[in-house]
Design a protein around this ligand. Structure first.
Ligand SMILES: Nc1ncnc2c1ncn2[C@@H]1O[C@H](COP(=O)(O)OP(=O)(O)OP(=O)(O)O)[C@@H](O)[C@H]1O
Length: 796
């Protein structure tokens, strides 16, 4: 406002001439009241009337400190420069009610004339235990008055905060101001005093303004000496009012404000701050759908800090993020803010989300269709709910493969960055979020090792191909595999997001996350380094708004497919299989734990060894055999032998009373399925015949599918290691990996049985170590046949 500034300078220079004239009156002026020189009075009045008091009073950085009484009897408000214009230093501390009143009024003056959030306040009152701030409880509750120090530890904290403010301003990360009000300061230590002086020195230009009561010698301050009946104002540091040291017209301090006035004004300002600081989910996540360009990075608003809205980026500088916080600290909500923000800013063709949740509970249910709500986020390509570690690994490996694919395309196009690739091909940026990712890396087993390797590849190279990781965890301390690789992997995660209770997300010497409240987060884009922190407030998620966003997205992108969902806890049934996934020579056993949940269906071809052994005592394997058989009929002739008495045989299956009967004159293209094969009751000749069928059957379309509840019995029945190749496909249930080594080999020792999963070993495939599958089980509600006592007796 150059006009105003020029006007002010003119007015002030007129005022500054007055004391000079007083000075010329010499000693007479001091000795006894002289008759007023009418020219002086006229000059004072002229100067006073030329001031635009409305403008001056509206300036937050002109503190009202009382008024000057002119010789004519008129008064003019004293408004001293503050902030960049200097600090304010009063000769008495706020235990003097007049001083307290002045400091309190000055503070309210600043807050009332600046935008909410533009000024933070901290205080010290060690001499009166915070009494000077008592009327400002509402401001404290609203977070405007951030801390009042009443002891040495508090003083240190307040000085820390002010120093951080200076550092942030110097680094260009904040443009708000911090007002430090020292109401009283009992016996400051030398070190603390030096820190205050340093703050006074550099704070003026870098965002810290001090009102110092009882510290008249503070540097860079307009000093006011308070006498019994009046006060004297010294020259403001940046704006001399007079050629002398002090301003000769005495100052009358403002009358002491009532505490009820102070409290009601504080409450008004607190309400205003609260309202302005409340960021709603709908502010971050608009209903309309955006089409921002992902070429140079993804940007998403996640909340607000002191200087306004905060947007974070996935780009070359912050390609991968690490998020931490205690349970209940708001991690899920933060992720919802982030992901819904991305989904409303970018088209599904430009951003692809892969969401993995390794904890119990359904964090990502807001992205997928459910029974009650068919809407979903079309950007989500794959969602793992209570994911197996193997599923997480499969997703990471799929992302690595996608990077390889993109690298080949980029090579062909002669480009070396994702941004350049986007000029030719519309590959989406990929954001993969793994919640409680430490589960994936727990221990030092095969999955952990492979997951670390995949993470490392993506972390190192993802930025070039537009692939980004967000790893979230309640704790990082248990992640042995990752700690071992700490430097190599964590170094690739410059973006650190620390929620309340986060321990190891920031550097060990950085305690910025301490004292965060729910809804606040520390964002640090320098790998958690101390001093690079922004405290950001993010909104709570809103179910109704999320649903409205999903509905809108589903309307706008009606062609987008729903995400592939992996429910770690849900059983699968053959009835969910697509027509092309079963029948013919496909033996549908379940689904692989992979990104596409591909069908696990070994082929029953005429090659040697194409027989199946289901191994383990869990009843679910019997149900898997039921599904396998059901998938074959009616295309294949199936003869079933149930030695358990518990099988539910599908329609169209022929029954045989025993394996011996089933093996009589077997026609070509016949499948023999046996439940409880260890109870076959074959004699020596029968066993020979059985082994012969295993060996020679497949070439004429005859296959044996058998469920053995004991591995040793299976090994004996097929003739030990000599018959191993005759049964090339095995589905292993409850048998621990250690017991598999003898028959299958060392590479299967990793298998640890668990409910709802089985290990598919196909000696003719390339999968070293087998593949984890979710075997098909019997749909609930299928009646068990009457169980005969004899059958039961034979099992146990
Ligand atoms: N910004 C916020 N403002 C207000 N309330 C919030 C905010 N963020 C989270 N909450 C509330 O805090 C509670 C816990 O949040 P959330 O479920 O996100 O935590 P979490 O860290 O994911 O916990 P857990 O890991 O145990 O699931 C919820 O009731 C949520 O509504």
């Amino acid at each position: 406002m150059p006009g105003f500034r020029a006007h002010l300078e003119r007015s002030l220079s007129a005022f500054s001439a007055i004391p000079e004239r007083i000075a010329r009156l010499g000693a007479r002026a001091e000795a006894e009241p002289a008759p007023v020189d009418p020219r002086l009075a006229a000059a004072e009045d002229a100067a006073a009337s030329s001031l635009d008091l409305d403008d001056l009073r509206g300036d937050p950085w002109r503190l009202p400190v009382g008024h000057f009484a002119l010789h004519s009897g008129a008064t003019v408000p004293a408004l001293v420069p503050f902030g960049e214009g200097g600090h304010l230093a009063l000769s008495r501390d706020a235990r003097d009610p007049a001083v307290a009143g002045l400091a309190q009024t000055a503070l309210l003056h600043v807050l009332a004339r600046t935008d909410p959030g533009a000024v933070r306040v901290v205080g010290m009152d060690t001499g009166a235990l915070g009494a000077a701030f008592a009327p400002f409880t509402a401001l404290q509750q609203a977070g405007v008055l951030e801390e009042v120090a009443t002891d040495a530890a508090g003083q240190a904290r307040v000085l820390d905060m002010a120093e951080r403010q200076v550092a942030e301003a110097i680094a260009g990360r904040s443009d708000d101001r911090l007002v430090l009000v020292v109401a009283s300061w009992e016996a400051p230590t030398r070190a603390h005093r030096q820190r205050l002086d340093a703050l006074a020195h550099s704070g003026r230009a870098h965002g810290v303004a001090i009102i110092a009561c009882g510290l008249p010698d503070l540097q860079q301050a307009t000093r006011i000496d308070i006498g019994e009946s009046s006060a004297t104002v010294h020259n403001p540091p940046g704006e001399p009012w007079t050629t002398g040291e002090e301003y000769a017209i005495p100052l009358t301090l403002p009358s002491v404000p009532s505490s009820s006035y102070l409290a009601s004004e504080a409450a008004r300002l607190a309400d205003r701050a609260r309202e302005a600081g409340t960021l709603r989910f709908s502010d971050l996540v608009p209903l309309r759908t955006g089409d921002a360009d992902p070429a140079d990075g993804l940007e998403v608003r996640i909340g607000r800090d002191r200087s306004g809205d905060v947007a974070l980026r996935f780009d070359d500088l912050t390609p991968h993020w690490l998020i931490g916080g205690r349970t209940g600290g708001g991690k899920t909500v933060f992720l919802l803010d982030l992901l819904y923000g991305l989904a409303t800013r970018y088209r599904p063709g430009d951003v692809a989300l892969f969401l993995l949740d390794f904890k119990e509970g359904v964090s990502f249910s807001e992205f997928i269709p459910t029974g009650r709500d068919r809407t979903y986020i079309p950007h989500a390509r794959a969602v793992g709910v209570e994911s197996d570690r193997e599923y997480g690994l499969a997703v990471l490996e799929a992302l690595s493969q996608e990077m390889v694919r993109r690298s080949q395309v980029m090579k062909n196009l002669g480009v070396s960055s994702y941004a350049a690739l986007r000029r030719h091909e519309e590959y989406p940026r990929i954001v993969c979020v793994a919640d409680e990712f430490q589960v994936l890396l727990a221990g030092n087993d095969r999955v952990a090792q492979q997951a670390v390797a995949a993470l490392e590849t993506i972390a190192r190279k993802g930025r070039s191909y537009g692939v980004h990781l967000v790893l979230a965890s309640q704790t990082l301390s248990g992640i042995e595999s990752l700690w071992a690789k700490k430097d190599s992997i964590f170094g690739q995660f410059p973006m650190r997001v620390a929620l309340p209770g986060a321990k190891t997300i920031l550097e060990p010497d950085n305690n910025a996350a301490q004292g965060l409240s729910l809804g606040q987060v520390v964002v640090n884009t320098e790998g958690g380094a101390k001093g690079a922190d922004r405290i950001v407030r993010f909104p709570n998620a809103d179910d109704d708004h999320m649903r409205a966003v999903r509905e809108n997205l589903n309307r706008t992108f009606a062609d987008a497919r729903p995400p592939r969902i992996f429910y770690g806890y849900k059983p699968l049934h053959l009835s969910d299989a697509l027509p092309g996934e079963k029948g013919g020579d496909r033996l549908a056993l379940g689904r692989h734990v992979d990104v596409g949940l591909s069908i696990a269906a070994p082929a029953l071809t005429r090659s040697p060894g194409r027989n199946l052994a289901l191994l383990g005592s869990d009843k679910a394997l019997g149900e898997t055999l039921e599904a396998a058989v059901e998938g074959l009929v009616p295309e294949r002739r199936v003869v079933a032998v149930d030695e358990t008495g518990a099988a539910v045989l599908p329609e169209g299956v022929e029954k045989a009373a025993s394996l011996a009967e089933a093996m009589e004159d077997v026609a070509d293209d016949t499948v023999i399925a046996v439940w409880g094969a260890e109870n076959h009751g074959l004699d020596r000749a029968g066993l020979t015949r059985f082994r012969e069928l295993l060996r020679r059957g497949p070439e004429r379309g005859v296959h044996i599918l058998g469920w053995w509840r004991a591995l040793r019995r299976h090994m004996d029945d097929i003739g030990g290691s000599a018959g191993r190749e005759d049964c090339a496909v095995s589905l292993v249930g409850t048998i621990p990996g250690g017991e598999l080594i003898g028959h299958f080999g060392q590479q299967y020792s990793h298998w640890s049985p668990r409910a709802g999963r089985a290990l598919l070993i196909d000696r003719h495939s390339d999968d070293s170590g087998g593949r984890l599958i979710i075997p098909f089980t019997r749909p609930e509600g299928v009646a068990m046949p009457h169980q005969s006592g004899t059958a039961e007796e034979r099992i146990f």
